[in-house]
Design a protein around this ligand. Structure first.
Ligand code: NAD
Length: 476
């Protein structure tokens, strides 16, 4: 790949100093290379977005909606290439790669619809005081930087790009250096649709490129998805310039299983919550809280289900779970296996890397994990499940909430009144009841506490790129 950055409507070569190696994690082998963008190319991208802003924000919302529908359509036309690339670069099983693509398509379609329904220019505000009228305008925030991670590249970028463009913002997107090829599709689609130059810019690179974007004084807002450590740096840059930031960060989410559940059904929800995308999900339900009355029946079934998963290369085998996406992530997960051994945790399944080429680990289950164990408190970002037993509803809620994170949770119970009550008491941004982690574009995504600031998806995702203005007139 030579021309891998999309700036002001042109594909250009990277002039930075970092060479990015794009790897197939099932083989542990690189299959492409590209040069990162330089700091001055980040400047050019921000400048292009700035100069495209006045015209783009003046387009009527239905025109922007037509472009968004075009994105949805063109993603569909690139289905096989994009599914294969996610399988090859992320190690996703085919069905997961398909679902990611469908999610991205649905996101563009949804924000096209919201754009069409954007209130017409004037919206009157009822005032109690006589002699005045007031109206509301929802204006685009302006030029927005979007920085994303590698675990759901198509989806995470769609969740930012679609509402930002719908609102009338212009953007500079920085994909992860681990998966830099996938979001190139968005630039190619912009080209194919004739999106005005500079409305969407894509710069690839590592931390230096990300920092050049997040520190840039030409942005009006930054929306970041990634780790807490980088998120806090991004927030510091935003605070230095007093500008808004959306942060979608990590999680250590709980799945609470009450003893009135069907055991097999509960096992299915638990396994999906920790092995989807090989557990590399901010929303992984990596803390299992299981009620005393069902634990002895459930844990052996869960152990068998994890041990029976087909783990392998999604490009050549029928698999339920692929490899971890990067060597760095594989080393990180392996370090938690070592910590678990040092801490003397009871391992019921897995607990080791697989003895084969590529970055595979076994689906893992530790039981009776102490509350102060690093494996119970820290985000591992792999298929590593830690379990504890509980006696009462109050104890389950207290333990689930005892985390610095607050992204999501799952509640499993046949008693729906109780399930709803527990869902209300959990300090998180999204709760599933008796379900896998079904994500719908109409509902919000985002967390409380250390899991971030702001919400994506639904109308909240659009508001994140809008600024409210009121015009008040004295009737004289
Ligand atoms: P990361 O923070 O290492 O990287 C995220 C992005 O930030 C990448 O594009 C990276 O190049 C860039 N970056 C790195 N250093 C930077 C700097 N100093 N300034 C600006 N940008 C910089 O995260 P990751 O390893 O790619 O992703 C995994 C993390 O993302 C996990 O913690 C996961 O929970 C989180 N995540 C959260 C959500 C959510 O919706 N809450 C979704 C997906 C992933």
């Amino acid at each position: 790949m030579t021309t891998s950055h999309y700036i002001a409507g042109h594909w250009v070569e990277g002039q930075g100093s970092d060479c990015i190696s794009v790897t197939d994690p099932a083989l542990g082998q690189p299959f492409a290379e590209l040069m990162a963008a330089s700091v001055s190319q980040v400047d050019q991208a921000v400048a292009a977005a700035r100069s495209a802003l006045p015209a783009w924000k003046s387009t009527c919302a239905s025109e922007r909606a037509a472009f968004l529908r075009g994105f949805a359509e063109q993603l569909g036309q690139r289905r096989e290439a994009l599914v294969t690339l996610q399988m090859r670069n992320n190690g996703k099983p085919r069905h997961e790669a398909e679902i990611d693509l469908d999610d991205a398509i649905a996101t563009f379609g949804y924000y096209a619809e919201l754009a069409e329904r954007l209130p017409s220019k004037k919206r009157t505000v009822p005032l109690a005081a006589p002699g005045f009228t007031a109206r509301t305008r929802l204006e685009p925030v302006g030029v927005v930087g979007l920085i994303v991670p590698w675990n759901f590249p198509l989806v995470t970028s769609a969740w930012k790009l679609a509402p930002a463009l719908a609102a009338g913002c212009t953007v500079v997107l920085k994909p992860s250096e681990v998966t830099p090829l996938i979001e190139q599709a968005y630039g190619q689609i912009a080209d194919a649709l004739g999106l005005p130059a500079g409305v969407l810019n894509i710069v690839n690179g590592k931390a230096e490129t990300g920092a050049a974007l997040s520190n840039h004084n030409g942005l009006d807002k930054l929306s970041f998805t990634g780790s807490n450590s980088v998120g806090s740096q991004v927030m510091r840059s935003a605070s230095a310039q007093c500008r808004p930031v959306t942060l979608e960060l990590g999680g250590k989410s709980a799945i609470v299983v009450f003893d009135d559940c069907d055991v097999d059904q509960a096992v299915e929800w638990i396994v999906a919550g920790i092995t989807w995308n090989a557990g590399q999900m901010c929303s992984a339900t990596s803390r299992l809280l299981v009620q005393d009355g069902i634990a002895d029946a459930l844990l052996p079934r869960l152990q068998a289900a994890l041990e029976n998963l087909r783990v392998g290369n999604p490009l050549t085998e029928e698999v339920d779970m692929g490899p971890l996406t990067s060597q760095a992530q594989w080393l990180k997960v392996a370090s938690y296996f070592a910590t678990a051994r040092e801490e003397g945790l009871q391992c019921l399944a897995g607990g080791h890397a697989l003895d084969r080429e590529g970055w595979f680990v076994s689906p893992t289950l530790y039981t009776d994990v102490p509350k102060d164990s690093r494996l119970w408190t820290e985000e591992i970002f792999g298929p590593v499940l830690c379990a504890r037993r509980f006696a009462s509803e109050e104890q389950a809620i207290a333990e689930a909430n005892d985390s610095r994170f607050g992204l999501v949770a799952t509640v499993c119970s046949a008693d729906l009144e109780r399930a709803e009550r527990v869902a209300d008491a959990l300090e998180v941004g999204h709760v599933w009841i008796n379900s896998v982690q079904a994500v719908f574009v109409e509902t919000s995504w985002g967390g409380t506490k250390g899991s971030g600031i702001g919400r994506e998806l639904g109308p909240w995702g659009l508001s994140a790129y809008q600024s409210v203005k009121h015009v008040t007139r004295c009737l004289g």
